[in-house]
Design a protein around this ligand. Sequence first.
Ligand code: KG4
Ligand code: ZN
Length: 342
Amino acid sequence: MIVLGIESSCDETGIALYDTEKGLLSHALYSQIALHAEYGGVVPELASRDHIRRIVPLLRNAFEKAALKPADIDAIAHTQGPGLAGALLVGSSVAAGLGFALGKPLISVHHLEGHLLSPLLAKQPPTFPFVALLVSGGHTQLMKVSGVGQYELLGETLDDTAGEAFDKSAKLLGLPYPGGPEISKLAEQGNPDVFQLPRPMLHSKDLNFSFSGLKTAVLTTVNKQVQPMDGNIRADIARGFVDAIVEVLTAKCAKALRQTRLRQLVVAGGVGANKQLRAALDKMTSKRRCRVFYPEIEFCTDNGAMIAFAGAMRLKANPDCANPAYGFTVRPRWPMEGLTAA
Ligand code: KG4
Ligand code: ZN
């Protein structure tokens, strides 16, 4: 079975073709980062308009790369939510239009399920069950994943997400959007002993997170410096921030592995591309004789491959999951709890 995947929930337009026999056939991606950078964050209206501009050329490109015609596919998976309503509507309406024209059914995919299952696209994938750390701009959650559609929430952020903490702290240091990769790079040159920032909820008994205090600590630290700050001080603050957030994320993953008695940890979402986080999780898991799995860097941030893959897994688990009618809706707020394989 060949599934076309369409992702347009935020600021990346992603298209992919996934074959349940042969694996990923092709994928095409356009990131709007440059478009939104001058505003310091995603502007929803601009995002929707740009998805409209990019989506058909990307579809053509994905089909060309796979040497397939639209009629060769079996189903179309689209991100139904959560995300920006206008942006979701672009991908979902293209999916419904194409499905109607080709007579192919639609599969509505939860964006976070796409991220959660994306490490299974790797050559050496994890096996169910595993603990998943989902760290993106929109979410920070620890889940127990027992199978497709079998997700148990273990803990989540009570305020800012890890991605927001990275982006907002980077902005306070004068770094461009999206700040995650930038602050991570700057931190590499920083001295770890200059600024000790708080590790919120590090010792709490639960598996929840809280990052808004850490961002405020970055703000307070920045405000105490002589302005304009020199490059070394900015790097030292970046280092203090990255060390704090990485320590909290790593400690909660260790606790989740201990609590569930599972030995596999999967990391998904944009922040999962972070080098310092990967190094700390590698160390923690090898010490505990556990294994950690990351999606390929290109599949950490939003992409069409994870949506095509999640759609294909859903179709495999339940051949009746595809919607043969072409009415569609988007779900900008869509909790993951209650999601089943059906
Ligand atoms: O998963 P994603 O592409 O989009 C959402 O679904 O939110 O995640 C985007 C987030 C942004 O906050 C971005 O700054 C962060 O992932 N990010 C990083 C890195 N690459 C992306 N954060 C830290 N280090 C990185 N290397
Ligand atoms: Zn995402």
